[in-house]
Ligand binder design. Structure first.
Ligand code: SAH
Length: 386
């Protein structure tokens, strides 16, 4: 794609997912660079944002809400911002095209298999969402049907037909979510076909991904992000590394070849299980993963007299909390590599780390989410003058 061309999406107004529709890709990169300079420039020089060669169809995970429109016709697509009205979307310029095709097929199969979609107003019906994840490097595809109950009468013939139409599907999971509210996935999964997870390859390592585990949605840009993060860590093979907010262990495992040992901590129990499997899958013997709150874990680590040499931290959008920052300052690692998807909370946390004696050395923005407002940033901090 020519960086100066504009791509216009027919759903842009109703959907609202791509806020930078009015800009060419080149303009988007410039806009994001300026945003990071204005929020983080006070901490030091901002390196040039790493963009994509082809910024279309980068999302490896596609979520479609299913429901009824005003005329009680079945629709699937994206929630309108701030509402529960569904904007019908069959094709999206940032979503994986194979995933979009599967979602459309599922919608078309519903009448034949007497599957009712859930109606929020009356509380009747069954199917609420469909989630498709594809491992871009392996081609493996996971379909998650989110429904209000585990009873699926015509399960067998439905699956047979879906798999005939899409032999690329490697696993199908039924997730049960009977609660009201914005959370897509419920707590229970029922395996309908295949192993219940998919695998993907990132920075040369293989990863298992379960339905609810966090996995970066743009793999080619994630490789750039992780490469920058590992470079910033400056590892020599002697370090004890903490991978805080580690998800399925991707950053820690990417760094493991260059460290003495890596300890990962993560709140989501399924993601931790995946991280442990991932270490085994890659024959990595120097990584340990544990479930818990990252701040609490580091507090304990410090009070037990252990201190990491390098800390990777990759918190959710809300940033880190007081407990984590306080224990991080106590742990006083030589290097902190902060990976952030929210420059606003990043600026807030950097301020606290700088007050605690750290200096920002490198700031590298990465465009993980073309056409949207979001920017990912990786920052290196070291103590004092080192
Ligand atoms: N580093 C991973 C995941 C980053 S997303 C990757 O690159 O893929 C942020 C992760 O933080 C999520 O997996 C989320 O479950 C986890 N998380 C959220 N709050 C947490 C907390 N208080 N302690 C530990 N992990 C937390």
């Amino acid at each position: 794609m020519n960086q100066r061309e504009k791509t216009v999406c027919p759903h842009r107004r109703a959907c609202g997912g791509c806020q930078l529709q009015n800009m060419s890709y080149g303009e988007q990169l410039l806009h994001k660079q300026k945003k990071i300079v204005s929020l983080l420039g006070q901490f030091g020089h901002v390196e040039e944002i790493l963009g994509m060669d082809d910024p279309l169809h980068y999302r490896n995970k596609v979520h479609a809400a299913f429901g009824l429109d005003r005329n009680r016709r079945v629709v699937s697509g994206i929630y309108q911002p701030g509402s529960h009205a569904i904007v019908p979307v069959d094709e999206c310029m940032i979503e994986d095209e194979a995933a979009d095709r599967i979602i459309v097929s599922i919608r078309k199969l519903l009448p034949e298999f007497k599957i009712q979609v859930f109606d929020e107003r009356s509380g009747s019906g069954w199917l609420r969402h469909v989630l498709v994840r594809r491992g871009f490097a392996t081609g493996q595809v996971m379909v998650v049907l989110v429904a209000v109950s585990p009873i699926f009468k015509l399960q067998k013939p439905f699956l047979a037909k879906l798999l005939r139409l899409h032999p690329e599907i490697s696993t199908v999971v039924l997730n049960i979510n009977d609660r009201f509210g914005p959370v897509v996935l419920g707590r229970r999964d029922k395996l309908l076909f295949g192993p219940g997870y998919i695998e993907d390859i990132l920075c040369g390592k293989r990863y298992r991904i379960s339905p609810s585990s966090f996995y970066q949605i743009n793999p080619s840009q994630t490789e750039k992000l992780y490469s920058a993060a590992v470079e910033f860590a400056g590892l020599s093979g002697k370090e004890t590394v903490l991978d805080a907010y580690c998800g399925i262990g991707t950053i820690g495992l990417t760094a493991s070849d260059r460290a003495k040992q890596v300890i990962g901590v993560e709140l989501n129990a399924d993601a931790v299980k995946d991280a442990i499997v991932n270490a085994r899958l890659n024959s990595v013997k120097n990584c340990w993963f544990t479930q818990g709150d990252a701040g609490k874990f580091m507090e304990q680590m410090v009070s037990d007299g252990h201190r990491p040499d390098v800390v990777f931290m990759d918190p959710p959008r809300s940033g880190s909390d007081g407990r984590f920052i306080t224990s991080l300052l106590k742990a006083a690692p030589k290097r902190i590599v902060y990976v952030s998807c929210s420059p606003e909370t990043l600026a807030r946390d950097l301020e606290l780390l700088c007050q605690g004696g750290y200096r920002v050395r490198r700031i590298q923005p990465v465009d993980m989410f073309p056409f949207t407002n979001h920017v990912e940033t990786v920052v290196l901090l070291t103590k004092g003058t080192v």
